[in-house]
Design a binder for this molecule. Structure first.
Ligand code: UD1
Length: 359
């Protein structure tokens, strides 16, 4: 069986590392990797391939830094060419980025079955490009790998359920696999304060809205009076900060984007997490840390219901009151919310099973 994997953005490299490792340990399955180039800086891309031994992409495009339409359109064209050349049995995509949607569309129109990892997640906010990407990808996927029961319910509500068109399977979350697999390689970054809050910020809804961004920065500056805040800065956010000459207090330490091993190190040594990332909310939980989510809603509601995650958006007073409450949040990373860390194997098993049944 041949699989064409399409990845392009940082979180996809991490998820693909776990699944590629499982593919490599399985007989009778060959993986060809396509990198769209959506993320292209060495510390947003190359470092992840090296560190996690992800197989080298056979196809590498140069399609980052474009508008949504241009980026997605050009990706479809290039991925279509790769599909025609490789004739894969399945095209495998991850998550909710423009690379995900482009891969799914290119394959489906060539009647190649699409397999979607991290299927069924919803924020119910259609202004997010990610929500559009994942809904459309789920609609045209044949194999839908869901991390949670809620993801399966979300799909059902949209009329997508297990039948001969959609093979919907709960596999658990591959990010837990990756976290467990790479935790032994956790790397410490030198020169950081002993105690700090870890913050990441890159969502378009925050970075493209100056009022929201300045509210968040003002809250972070105030928090840094009590505890240092370390921010590995995403290029999107760095550009906006430079453009508007936004200022940080002394207690806020900006660093370059970090590798996955360094991120595990930061998660291990931080006091708590503030983020608008999807993945980091879960990684905070895996590391046993409380999270404050700088978005209006989250796809990972299990963490909110368990009391581990406070979703506060960009409202300064809400961020600060979540901070005041942070000491009361006790996170139990052993709670089974995202499976057993064997999702990558389950995914590979399902792919083999489907191939046997449907060819
Ligand atoms: C993308 C995903 C988002 C995911 C995130 C992870 C979409 C719609 N969004 O958002 O779901 O959570 O990746 O990081 O696909 N840039 C660089 N260097 C890089 C990468 C990006 O300078 O290596 C710049 C781009 O030129 C652009 C900006 O950062 O100006 C945003 O990049 P883009 O890939 O469009 O979206 P992300 O914000 O990274």
């Amino acid at each position: 069986m041949k699989i064409l994997t399409v990845i392009g953005a940082r979180p996809q490299f991490i998820k693909a590392a776990a699944v590629s490792a499982a593919i490599q340990q399985t007989d009778g399955i060959q993986e060809v990797i396509v990198h769209t180039g959506q993320h292209y800086d060495p510390n947003m891309s190359d470092i992840f391939f090296k560190e996690m031994s992800i197989p080298k992409p056979k196809y590498m495009f140069d399609l980052g830094g474009l508008s949504h339409g241009k980026m997605t359109g050009r990706m479809i064209e290039k991925i279509e060419e790769a599909c025609i050349k490789e004739k894969p049995d399945y095209l495998l995509v991850y998550g909710d980025t423009n690379s995900t949607l482009a891969g799914a569309l290119a394959a489906k129109k060539l009647h190649i079955n699409v397999a979607h990892v991290e299927s069924g997640l919803r924020s119910f906010n259609m202004r997010m490009p990610e929500e559009v990407n994942r809904m459309l990808t789920d609609r045209i996927s044949s194999l839908l790998f869901c991390p949670t029961d809620l993801a399966i319910e979300n799909l059902k509500r949209e009329g997508i359920q297990y039948n001969d068109v959609h093979w919907v399977v709960k596999t658990g979350d591959v990010m837990l696999d990756a976290f467990r697999l790479f935790q032994p390689y956790s790397t410490k970054i030198e020169g950081l304060p002993d105690q700090f809050a870890l913050c990441t910020l890159h969502r378009a809804e925050n970075t493209d809205d100056l009022a929201k961004l300045t509210n968040i920065l003002s809250a972070l500056n105030q928090i840094s009076d009590e505890i240092n805040v370390v921010i590995p800065l995403h290029p999107r956010t760095a550009k906006v900060i430079e453009k508007y000459n936004l200022k940080f207090a002394q207690g806020v330490k900006l660093i370059e984007p970090v590798s996955y091993f360094e991120m595990i190190g930061l998660l291990t040594s931080c006091s708590f997490v503030l983020t608008d990332s999807g993945g980091l909310q879960k990684e905070a939980f895996f590391a046993g840390k409380a999270c404050i989510t700088l978005r209006e809603e989250t796809e990972w509601v299990e963490l909110v219901e368990s009391g581990f995650n406070q979703v506060v958006g960009s409202d300064k007073s809400k961020i600060l009151s979540a901070f005041k409450n942070i000491e009361n949040v006790k996170v139990n990373p052993k709670l089974d919310l995202y499976g057993q860390g064997d999702s990558a194997y389950r995914i590979v098993k399902e792919l083999m099973k489907m191939q046997k049944e449907f060819g």
